[in-house]
Design a protein around this ligand. Sequence first.
Ligand SMILES: O=C(O)c1cccc(C(=O)CC[C@H]2O[C@@H](n3cnc4c(=O)[nH]cnc43)[C@H](O)[C@@H]2O)c1
Ligand SMILES: [Zn+2]
Length: 353
Amino acid sequence: MTEHLVDPDVPRDLHAFIAGLPKAELHVHHVGSASPRIVSELAARHADSKVPTDPEALVDYFTFTDFAHFIDVYLSVVDLIRTPEDVRLLTYEVARDMARQQVRYAELTITPFSSTRRGIDEGAFMDAIEDARKAAEAEFGTVLRWCFDIPGEAGLESAEETARLATDDRLRPEGLVSFGLGGPEIGVARPQFKPYFDRAIAAGLHSVPHAGETTGPQTVWDALIDLRAERIGHGTSSAQDPKLLAHLAERRIPLEVCPTSNIATRAVRTLDEHPIKEFVRAGVPVTINSDDPPMFGTDLNNEYAVAARLLGLDERGLADLAKNGVEASFLDAPGKARIADEIDTYTAAWLAS
Ligand SMILES: O=C(O)c1cccc(C(=O)CC[C@H]2O[C@@H](n3cnc4c(=O)[nH]cnc43)[C@H](O)[C@@H]2O)c1
Ligand SMILES: [Zn+2]
């Protein structure tokens, strides 16, 4: 258990239960998962960067005034990933951190455009993430899959490039399962990306755009209608629209909820004002995720503890939440059943002890 992340309002034995609970993570960014150790190592390697090398100084550096500031800082970390070896190291170390938290399966959001436009060879990039994926599965037992996302603010050029990298049979990595859209939402309307999502969906990828994180519920409707979203990244503002909540519940469209992220980027004022309770009350499938954990001073275990407090969950409630993540994943049916059984076995043993 990471001591500094223990929520004093959650009983200690519930923290211990969460630490051992097998989990799936569906909304977590590649570069945003770089631990302070990796960020400071890369910053030391690339001395021209403004990113601090001292892990303590990173805490201040990762304090954001708003979403735009978060993206600026995020891109300064992206600038540290300069070689295929940087990509491999980052991916492998992220999987190690996940395995320590009993993450059995993760769909990691990667923005290949940001790397290829900075000069990393596209084939070498794909080889680096695939090599790390296979090593992580063999050595840590954590299964990784990829979501390639368009950085929307970078325009349609980035959409074209992301769609090409995701659908070209010679490049497309074996682990790729879905197609996303990230970055700021203000001034970046979802419908313009429809042709790129159509191509990705035609190539067999699932649609998982961010929507309703920093703009209102209409963005979520646009993601559902134009981008044919199967899950929504964040979807926080859905709570403002009862018809939308009913639609998400009826169609069983999960929200990828990332509570601490929403506070860190100031999308939501305080955790107590987070709409997660409204989602659950409306019957919307809720999954718990960490988004950019070291940047937001959190990890997946802490997000489960936050959810336990906000929703008043005990061990069985937390196990159900973990099973929501498995069910909403793009794993095949036997893969889902394996992790769900593991969650049940773990929970039964914990409650019997
Ligand atoms: O790479 C570039 O050159 C570039 C140019 C202009 C704009 C961008 C971006 O906007 C990149 C955004 C970046 O942020 C990632 N991300 C991480 N966490 C979140 C989140 O909570 N909400 C939205 N986006 C997020 C996203 O995956 C993009 O890679 C890049
Ligand atoms: Zn995100």
